[in-house]
Structure formats: structure tokens, C-alpha cells
Design a protein around this ligand. Structure first.
Ligand SMILES: [Zn+2]
Length: 280
């Protein structure tokens, strides 16, 4: 077997939810659109496999069986082929839960953490700000912020590693985005993207051949981001901060303007879905 010597990243999708397209694109949206739950499998030669987010799993249906959590399912009905959950996708590749060395969570919305219970012992890297909110918010308020506590494994807190504590180096780049180097990696770093959810993270992957800013839910679509079309203001109800959301988008634009070859990817964008099963 050929030993891989470079960090590589592959994207996959586990299920999707649907919503009115007008929410995403108030100018041109029609009918309903899909929000695919994309996650990434990272292979770092000196570490092994790392997951970035975990997509939907059947745990979402279990966690939203009763009220008030059922409201979440009504608001965003989920479609999932069991074959494509993160666990089954990895299994088909001969990768088992114990092979995953870390799970990085961009934020705690259900479509990013629903696969977590399949990895009950894996260290979880997230932002302390994001987790502080999860700890301190309950009931309907939590649901309205996209947080379902039942998706979190028992005793998951003992597995938590906060990026603010473990970063090798952190600094604010020239575009105003805070970057975190971690785990001794050079070509992969996390980036803070506040607004959509408290303490939300994305990643920057910059190798000799690829430059990607995976900006998670900083926007839902590359097209609307490019045209400066903001989502319908009703989303303010579950966003953490509208001002930070707009500010983060502006910083990503500056980053893109200055880095000609960068690919800006968003978790739920149809363009990102087209890159699933493709290794960078
Ligand atoms: Zn989200």
C-alpha cells in the first residue's frame, strides 16, 4: 500500500433538509431548496483521520420525536439515506470509529453534529464560545438556536478540546479573520466565522496545489454571497448575530479578492455538493 505523505481532504454529504428558497435568496428564490449536510474527512499523515463535522444521522429523528424538539423537524424536514451517514460512509471505505483521531465541529447546529454519537470516545475540537452557549441554553430557546442536546453523546464533555486552549498559534489575519494553527499542522488551520452561530469555525487548507476556504455556514450559497444578496431577515431569529454575519461575509470577500486561486466553499452550497467524493 502506498503511504500518503500529504494532508488530503475529501468531502461527503449525509442527508439534507429542505426550506423555502426565498429564505436563502429573497430576490430570485422559488419553491423549495435542499441544504445538504456536507462534512469532510481529513487525512493528516502524522495524525491519521480527522472529521470536520458529521452531517445528519438517524439520531436527528430520534432527538426530534417528541415536543418541543419536534418543531425543529417541522421547520427543517430531513431526508437521509442510511447508507450515507458518516459512520456508514467511512465503514464502506474500511475506516472505523476508532480510526478517527479527532472530530472538529464547526458549530453545534443539528446538521453538523447529528453523527457524533457514532464516535463516543473521539476527542472533539470546537470553540469554547460555541460550547458555552450549548451549556447555558435550554428548552425552546435552544431549539430556536438550532441546538438539540440529545444529539450529544453521554459524557461528551470529557472529550472536549477547545481551540482557544489547544491552538499552536492564533492571530487575526490582514482581512480581519482569526486563524488558529493546531495539531502541528501547517497547511490546515481553523478560522473563526462569527455571526451564523456562536463561535462558528471554518477551515483554510493551503497546500502547494490547493487553496480552500471552507466557510461552513457563513453563507448558504456561493452565488448569493458573490452577488451580495443576504438571506431573508427572518433568519435573524436563529442567527447568533446579524452584524457579525454581515461583517464575516465582508472579510471573506476581502480574502477572496486578495487570493485569486482560492476556492470559497460553503457547507450547504450546491457547488460544494458537486465536489463531494473528490479528494483535494
Ligand atoms: Zn448552521
Amino acid at each position: 500500500m502506498v503511504q500518503k505523505t500529504e494532508l488530503s481532504i475529501s468531502l461527503f454529504a449525509s442527508g439534507y433538509c429542505q426550506a423555502h428558497e426565498r429564505i436563502v435568496d429573497p430576490l430570485n428564490g422559488k419553491g423549495r431548496c435542499k441544504f445538504h449536510a456536507v462534512w469532510a474527512l481529513i487525512f493528516a499523515p502524522k495524525i491519521g483521520y480527522i472529521l470536520f463535522d458529521t452531517g445528519y444521522s438517524n439520531e436527528f429523528n430520534k432527538a426530534t420525536k417528541t415536543f418541543p424538539e419536534r418543531f425543529y423537524r417541522w421547520a427543517t424536514p430531513v431526508y437521509l439515506n442510511e447508507q450515507y451517514t458518516v459512520k456508514n460512509t467511512l465503514h464502506a471505505k474500511g475506516i472505523f470509529p476508532d480510526d478517527i483521531k479527532y472530530i472538529i465541529l464547526s458549530h453545534f447546529h443539528a446538521d453538523h453534529i447529528a453523527g457524533l454519537k457514532d464516535f463516543p470516545n473521539t476527542p472533539i475540537i470546537c470553540s469554547k464560545k460555541a460550547h458555552d452557549e450549548v451549556k447555558n441554553i435550554h428548552g425552546i430557546k435552544a431549539i430556536s438556536k438550532g441546538i438539540l442536546h440529545n444529539l450529544l453523546p453521554v459524557n461528551y464533555e470529557r472529550n472536549l478540546l477547545f481551540i482557544e486552549d489547544i491552538a499552536d498559534k492564533r492571530f487575526v489575519n490582514q482581512y480581519g479573520l482569526e486563524e488558529f494553527y493546531l495539531l502541528g499542522l501547517n497547511e490546515f488551520k481553523l478560522v473563526s466565522l462569527p455571526g451564523h452561530a456562536r463561535g462558528m469555525l471554518g477551515f483554510i487548507y493551503h497546500s502547494s496545489t490547493e487553496h480552500i476556504l471552507f466557510a461552513t455556514d457563513a453563507s448558504w450559497r456561493y452565488d448569493t454571497y458573490k452577488q451580495n444578496v443576504l438571506p431573508k431577515k427572518v433568519v435573524k431569529l436563529f442567527f447568533d448575530s446579524w452584524d457579525d454575519f454581515v461583517d464575516t461575509l465582508q472579510k471573506i470577500r476581502c480574502y477572496e479578492l486578495d487570493n485569486e486561486n482560492v476556492k470559497i466553499l460553503f457547507t450547504h452550497c450546491p457547488k460544494t455538493l458537486m465536489l463531494t467524493h473528490h479528494a483535494f
